[in-house]
Design a protein around this ligand. Sequence first.
Ligand code: MD3
Ligand code: FE
Length: 201
Amino acid sequence: MLLLKPGLRLYKAALDRAAQEALRDELRDLLREAPLFHPTMPRSGKPFSVRMSNCGPLGWISDISGYRYQAHHPETGRPWPPMPECLRGLWRAYAGCDLAPDACLINFYDEQARMGAHQDRDEADFSAPILSVSLGDSCRFRYGGENRRDPSDSLRLDSGDVLVFGGPARLMFHGVDRILPKTSTLLDPPGRINLTLRRAK
Ligand code: MD3
Ligand code: FE
């Protein structure tokens, strides 16, 4: 485990190749039930470059009217599929939180996609951590402080890495500067999947 700063813990290669392949295959089935959608920015309606879906009781979505957690897919209207057991196991092993996650956001990045610096503050209780799992192509991940202008650092995240953000790191600004194309053979089509396990309510 690497403690990058207070509350920010990195577990390199928490999932080995076989575990990554098993999770990839589960996600492939799950995304048939809850297809990736193109979220849009509140007010402007500008599309995100990242496509998203969710699993677990609640899912995070963004559309013209705002950001929120809801229990159904915005396009199919169906409830989100259950969270794979392997993800709940990662939460038990690494999150250090007795309460189970009730939401898992699935982000898919193609080679061009990125995510601008933001805070995650749509959850009811910031005392619970957020756990992130990376699969597929590596990325350059950027993280700063609680104010947008605070100095930032960047870090390469590789397939199988788990990051936990808790305590003083929970409200830090963070984003994905870029995907590093052709750094992994896990996904077809290529790209990067990031899963974030949260307690939304
Ligand atoms: C730091 N996702 O979905 S994961 C997001 O790689 C998001 O897809 C990025 O930011 C991705 O909101 C980064 C790492 C991450 C996730 C949640 C955080 C970092 C965080 C919440 C608080 C602080
Ligand atoms: Fe985020």
